[in-house]
Design a protein. Structure first.
Length: 152
């Protein structure tokens, strides 16, 4: 009787171990894909200094096109806070491009706001990609809950 109980108990523990291992492996695979897509997206963003180039909005949107092509994968994988941070960064890119020129000071308020928005996006991506890790950042987010787009 004790042998049968031990056998049944070890089968249950082995089954639970297998299920937990599968769950962990699948979660790690998804997080690895997410990290890859985040790195691809960040690499596609134009340098922040491009906002000083005195280009039209249409010309600047062409430089944002590689990043915009990565947005569908971002929509599929990203957490809501990452999408909000991207919306803020996109807004700050457009504002900085409209207000900065080669004659602007190197640390203009628009440029500082753009750099802060980029840092917020990276922080939210890191928070999302390392959600189950002991290295995750758990501080308060600076990303707004809603985006306010100006009316044209």
């Amino acid at each position: 009787m004790l042998g049968a109980l031990t056998f049944a108990g070890s089968l249950i523990v082995a089954s639970l171990g297998f299920l937990v291992g599968r769950f962990y492996a699948e979660s790690e695979r998804i997080l690895s894909e997410k990290r890859g897509h985040y790195l691809e997206f960040l690499s596609a963003l134009p340098p922040l200094q491009d906002t000083y180039n005195d280009t039209t909005e249409e010309e600047f949107l062409i430089t944002l096109r590689p990043a915009m092509e990565c947005v569908p994968r971002l929509l599929f994988y990203a957490d809501k806070s990452v999408l909000m941070a991207w919306g803020v960064l996109y807004q700050k890119y457009l504002e900085a491009n409209a207000n900065l020129s080669p004659d602007s000071s190197s640390l203009a308020p628009e440029y500082k706001a753009l750099a802060t928005a980029q840092n917020d996006l990276i922080l939210e991506m890191r928070r999302d990609a390392f959600r189950w890790s002991v290295f995750n950042y758990t501080g308060k987010s600076r990303v707004p809950e809603k985006l306010d787009f100006p009316n044209p």
